[in-house]
Structures are given as C-alpha cells and as structure tokens.
Ligand binder design. Structure first.
Ligand SMILES: [Mn+2]
Length: 424
C-alpha cells in the first residue's frame, strides 16, 4: 500500500494552527531555530530490513500480521515510513534474508519511493540451508581455513549485491568468540579475523566503506573476538582508510560511556556508522530514546561537535541506522517513535551553546557547563522536528496519521494475518 501526498496534506490541515502557535513560541525561545529546521529536514536515518517484522526472543515470537514477506514489501514499508516522516529515506539490507534477485526492478522501485540503499549486512552468525560448512565455532576467526574462506566469499557476494543496488558500504558484525574458558586462542582468533577481513577488504570498491561492528557479549558469553571499540578500531586501522568502527548503542557493557567512545573515534577519523536503539540491561534492542534519552542527547552532542570540528556533513559522512527489535509493538509504529527520538536528540544537540560551553570549560566552571547542556536538553524541540517534516511535505503527526489511516489493518488485509517477515 502507498500513502498519497494529498491524503497527508488533508490530515495535516487539522493540526496546523496549533503547530504554528507552538512553532512561533519555539522560534522566540531558540536563536538558531530556522537553521536547525533546515538541518533536521535534510537528516535521514536508514531502516534495517529486519526491523519491519515482529522480533522475537529465545522464548517466543508474536507476529503483528501483515508483515512484509518479500523484499518488495519491505521497500514498501520503509516507503510508508518515509512518506510519513521524510526522514527514513534509506533501507539497509541483510543477505541472505533479502537477496535482490532482480536488482534493476528493486532499484527502480526504491527510487519511486525516494529510497536509497544504505549499508549491506552480511550474515555469518547462523547456518543457512544447503550451506557446506557450519559457523558453530565462528566464521572469520575459525580454526579451519575452509570455513573462513566460505565466510569471506559470502561477504564478497554481499558486496556484489550491494553494488548492483548502488549501496556504498558493508557492515560486518561477527558473532565469533567463545563461550567457555580455554575454548579459543584469543591471539589466533583475532589474527584469523584480521586476515579474513583483509581478503574481504581487497574486494571493497574504491568508493565503499567497511564498517566493523563490535559487541561485548552474546551470542558468545565468555569472549567476543570483536568485543569492544578497541578491537574494532585496531582492525579498522590495520585494514586501511576505507575501514571504520561502527557503534551500536546496545553493544556495550552496562554503564559504558558511549559518548566518550564516539568523541575519540570521531577525532581519529575512524567512526563510520551508528546503530541506534536503547537498553536497560544489555543488548535489549528497545525503542531509541525510550529508556535513557539524556544519554542519546549526550551522544548526539559529541557527534555534532566532533563532526563540525572535522568539517563533516551531518547527513552523509556517517552511516545512520536504527538497529532494534520490535517484540511487542507494531514495528512501523516503533520505528516512527525511534526516528522521532533521534530527531529530537539531534535538534537538542544543535542548540547547545558551544561557545559558552567552551568558555565554561576553560574556566573549569563545572556548574555552568552542566547548565548549558541541560538548557539545551530541556528545550521542547517537537515543533522544530514537526516543521522539518512539513518542509518535506510529510505528516505533521506521523504516528497519529498511521493510526487514523489504519495502516496496519490495511496491511493485514493486503498481506494476511499470518504473513511473517524473514529474519531472526
Ligand atoms: Mn547493530
């Protein structure tokens, strides 16, 4: 199904007077409001193809009905989000869950929906039917060169699928590691991983980036071979200028200072991409901003400051993506909430008084420094985010439109109540 512009315009007319009032108030309070709206309207966050169906846990999975059963359906779902918020104009595909059998057709469909292809994701964390060798004991780290070769070849194949679609990056996340002491020679596992990545890197087109994602624990519970930003940074540095570290918010040990990690990686020119989600206990894959929105703001504060310090373009110089699992909510509603939380954190980071903050820091005025950040964080930026959507001719209230238009009900009618998306 598609949502037409005139349907959105009609719905917007209801709330426009209230919005204008709210916007005027915000413009009066925020000095650089107009430029913030421009930056917000240019900002996009990629939607991963695996987040469009209901996620599951080890214990169960509860389908929403009307889930996208094909790659075309997935594109259509992201197209719906983008039509509503104007900020979801990219999709990140996962191979083998989303093999584009007819790349020309898929590309044409994406361009109709105003979508581009973000990072391609390889999968060596599970075995596929008809796969010759098992990844039970790892992939790029494996003791057996034949298993490593199979995993290398898979990644190279993923690059070629991405090239056909116009993607320009490969994200490598490895489940490799060990679950018991003694199982693994840490040095050999790391060396094998580096050597395997070098093989993949050789096949990376000159205008592509390779993102190396780290994760502290799970599925392995004793050691993860790429377990933290240090390991990822080391691999990215050894590989070369096209390799970068990717930060996933849920992939740290509890209470890690993620904003500091982001700042240091950015300074070194080695932060490549970002996976947004939120968590309470571990890699919980919850809705962005639902548990700790202040941390999200502090991260964005470092992102904006660090990118500006290097003259980077906020919209394209880092890979922005949501990586979450929607277990009990309608995935599309959850994604609308996630994008909204990201836009709000970004907007708040843009209104930090950086000159005053710098001065307060130089004077070691701890109280003033904190006050400056809090003043930005506590500003109500919702009207600015909504105005950015209006500039893009999208919905004033995406979630409200989604519900009143009964999108899920229509999707169930179209695809059936038993339609299940590929993925975990
Ligand atoms: Mn991730």
């Amino acid at each position: 199904m598609r949502i037409e512009k005139h349907q959105i315009e009609a719905a917007n007319s209801d709330g426009i007077a209230r919005h204008q009032k709210h916007l005027q108030f915000t413009f009066d309070m925020v000095p650089n409001a107009a430029s913030i709206v421009d930056k917000l309207s240019a900002f996009n966050v990629a939607i991963p193809s695996w987040a469009l169906g209901a996620g599951g846990t080890r214990f169960g999975r509860f389908s929403m009905g009307g889930e996208p059963g094909t790659l075309e359906d997935k594109l259509e779902d992201v197209g719906l989000l983008h039509a509503l918020n104007g900020a979801s104009g990219a999709i990140s595909l996962h191979i083998p869950w989303d093999i584009p059998d007819n790349a020309t057709h898929i590309k044409a469909m994406a361009s109709q929906l105003d979508l581009r292809f973000d990072a391609m994701n390889s999968n060596t964390f599970q075995d596929q039917p008809h796969q010759a060798l098992s990844y039970k004991f790892g992939s790029l780290q494996h003791t057996d060169a034949a298993v490593r070769k199979q995993a290398i070849d898979h990644n190279i194949e993923v690059i070629s699928y991405g090239q056909a679609l116009g993607s320009q990056s490969l994200t490598v996340w490895l489940a490799d590691g060990s679950s018991f002491p003694g199982q693994l020679n840490f040095r050999h596992a790391f060396a094998n991983t580096l050597q395997s990545l070098e093989e993949i890197y050789k096949s990376l087109p000159s205008d592509w980036k390779m993102f190396i994602e780290y994760k502290a624990f799970e599925p392995n519970f004793y050691s993860m071979t790429v377990g933290d930003w240090g390991a990822s940074y080391m691999l990215a540095s050894k590989l070369g200028s096209k390799a970068y570290t990717l930060v996933d918010l849920g992939h740290h040990l509890p209470n890690a200072n993620i904003e500091q990690i982001v700042a240091i990686l950015l300074m070194e020119g080695k932060l490549g991409g970002f996976h947004f989600n939120d968590s309470k206990y571990g890699d919980d894959d919850l809705t962005v901003g639902s548990i700790n929105p202040y941390q999200l703001f502090l991260i964005f504060n470092e992102l904006v400051e660090g990118m500006d310090a290097r003259g980077m373009d906020h919209t394209v110089d880092l890979g922005w993506m949501i990586d979450a699992s929607h277990n009990i909510k309608d995935p599309l509603e959850d994604l609308l909430q996630s994008v909204e939380a990201i836009m709000q954190a970004y907007a708040k980071a843009l209104l930090v008084d950086t000159i005053a903050l710098q001065q307060a820091r130089e004077n070691n005025d701890v109280v003033k420094s904190q006050e400056i950040l809090q003043a930005a964080y506590q500003t109500d930026v919702r009207a600015l985010v909504a105005e950015a959507r209006l500039q893009n001719a999208t919905a004033l209230d995406p979630l409200g439109f989604y519900r009143s238009f009964q999108v899920r009900k229509k999707l169930i009618k179209e695809r059936g109540s038993k339609a299940v998306a590929t993925g975990l």
